[in-house]
Design a protein. Structure first.
Length: 297
């Protein structure tokens, strides 16, 4: 259940936001701000509830759980209600007894993966049963995805599922070049920022240098291509054909589910401040999406 913060002010230009009504959405218990290379204290300090404007805000709480009304079976409604209550109690710090921020939490048995030898394979079998029989069924991939907190885990899950697909993978390699504004003064600089070095960079929001795909694989867009057609950052698609210059895909999320589209190679420039130079990567703006990060979902 998300909290919506409503900052309401009168028409005074000296007041916050110039007197405009501003609505902040989100749940601070579930998704904290992403602050690279820092600790818990800086992450908490960067949240809205730690800001000086927080005392000026009014918290509005949503009270109707739409997920409960979506289920028709009484048993499913009861199961969803129990899970929802457990999640809320966990967020409120009511699970694990009295604590000062750290506690041992007992996770319900039905939520655990019992296979400790190969938990990734057990997770894949649970979420994607009979996957080989459903390769040509877009609805099968539309209704499921594995969520994980870290990109490394996401990559491992996607790679494992891709290996299950029959046939030969098609490999797409990017073209990486330094931006014209980056002046190289000597041969050392040229070697330091060589194409091999640029190819090895993996950055958030930018497709990898090498993308492996097969027909029937779910993918996700990493940038806005055509917002009116629902082709936005985060849109999930299902691969139909793999060309050398374009990829034909079937939309399986958003407002235009079922429509076909063609995705071209595009030039993208990362904005990650940890990179001390600017470079351009020409690649399909997609990533394999059997699994995705919690933030991305």
């Amino acid at each position: 259940m998300n909290d919506i913060v409503n900052a309401r002010r009168s028409g005074d230009s000296q007041m916050l936001f110039g007197g405009k009504v501003i609505v902040f959405g989100g749940d601070f218990r579930q998704i904290m701000p992403v602050i690279p290379n820092t600790g818990r204290q800086n992450i908490v300090n960067a949240s809205l509830s730690s800001s000086y404007i927080w005392e000026k805000c009014k918290v509005l709480r949503l009270t109707k759980n739409i997920r409960l009304t979506a289920n028709s079976e009484i048993s499913e409604i009861k199961q969803t209600r129990n899970f929802t209550k457990w999640i809320l109690d966990l967020g409120e710090g009511k699970v694990g007894g009295d604590n000062d921020g750290e506690a041992v939490i007992e996770i319900p048995h039905d939520l655990l993966i019992s296979d400790s030898v190969d938990p990734i394979s057990a997770l894949i079998k649970f979420f994607y049963p009979s996957i080989l029989e459903n390769i040509n069924n877009s609805a099968y991939f539309q209704e499921r995805a594995i969520l994980a907190p870290k990109s490394e885990v996401i990559q491992e899950i996607n790679d494992c599922l891709l290996l299950l697909f029959p046939g030969e993978e098609k490999k797409y390699l990017s073209s990486d070049t330094l931006c014209e504004s980056e002046h190289l003064h000597d041969e050392f600089d040229k070697a330091l920022y060589s194409p091999d070095v640029l190819n090895g960079l993996k950055l958030s929001g930018i497709p990898n240098h090498k993308i492996l795909l097969e027909v029937g694989v779910p993918i996700m867009l990493l940038m806005n291509i055509d917002q009116k057609s629902g082709l936005c950052n985060g849109t999930r698609l299902w691969v139909l054909t793999l060309g050398n210059r374009v990829i034909e895909a079937h939309v399986i999320s958003g407002i235009n589910i079922g429509s076909r589209t063609f995705i071209p190679r595009m030039s993208l420039t990362p904005t990650d401040k940890r990179i001390p130079f600017k470079f351009q990567r020409r690649q399909f703006p997609i990533v394999v999406c059997f699994s995705m990060t919690i933030n991305k979902s």
